[in-house]
Design a protein around this ligand. Sequence first.
Ligand code: ASP
Length: 356
Amino acid sequence: MLGANCFFAFLLFSAASPALAQESAQSPAASGEKAPDDQLHMQTGRIGLVIHGGAGTIERSKMTPQRERQYRSGLERALAAGYEILKQGGSSLDATEAAVRVLEDDPHFNAGKGSVFTSVGTNEMDAAIMDGKTLSAGAVASLKHVKNPISLARLVMQKSGHVMMDGEGAEAFARENGVELVDQKYFFTQERWDALQKIQAAEKHRTGAAGKRILITDEDRHGTVGAVALDKNGNLAAATSTGGTTNKRPGRVGDSPVVGAGTYANNATCAVSATGDGEYFIRATAGHDVSALMEYRGMPLKEGAQTALEKVAKLGGTGGLIAIDREGNMTLPFNTSGMYRGYVGLNGKFIVEIYQ
Ligand code: ASP
């Protein structure tokens, strides 16, 4: 049913806009925009950080300068938080957690404070973190009251003896460990609420006769935040956090907390954080695929990431991912018209981009 919802929303969007396939086939050079590939294979030396704030159909025409500034500033603050830790010799785990926390606290991104609503008007969040050195991982799902799910994921990894915890049990564990819990009201944002109303109205029209067309954008539907980093000791880490998809069934869990799907890190290869249609990223085991292609096929990072994303696309999924390898190469592919993203380039310069 959820899949059907997403499919319907996608159809509605496609009907009113250029097909996504065309958008992704369009050469960025032809559109006068900077190709994501220009960012590839940046060498940062011993440390590196890449972040994302979700991929989807992000249209310049719908973006006000003020809104764009807000997104950019959120991404820059996240880069600053993570990079400061790496620069001081801190760990990639600390850096990715810090970067993700900034985005969780920013209402513009679908994670923490800005999480989308389920079909019954609640907020349910998922997150995961993974340590490339030990292959330890912590994941949480269907949280309703944890202000910063990524920090609970980290605690699950370090203190619970488990890898994945969900719902009430995860929140009881949070309480025991002094993790900040908040009322569901904290997660209310008018914009996300309106998106839920829009999607539910579109659903109703679908079941009726010739209803009026309601434009559903990817911004209405989903989003996620994530970070991957390489620290000065050569350790890789990945962290991902999300409110999931608007109008999802209560209890639905996406790819973000699924180790090997939306989040993966392995010092032997790379660290990956994904965003997009979660069901497809789970079925494609996207995060682990990037790593496996590098480990078993000897593929370079960029090619491995592209191949994994193509597998997602073949199944029918859209989205993107960020990845970094142990040499500090970075890649940020996506098959949508935009992905909120940023990385620390040469000389510690912060690069933040949104469109193709
Ligand atoms: N992957 C997320 C999920 O399915 C949503 C997104 O990244 O847009 O929960």
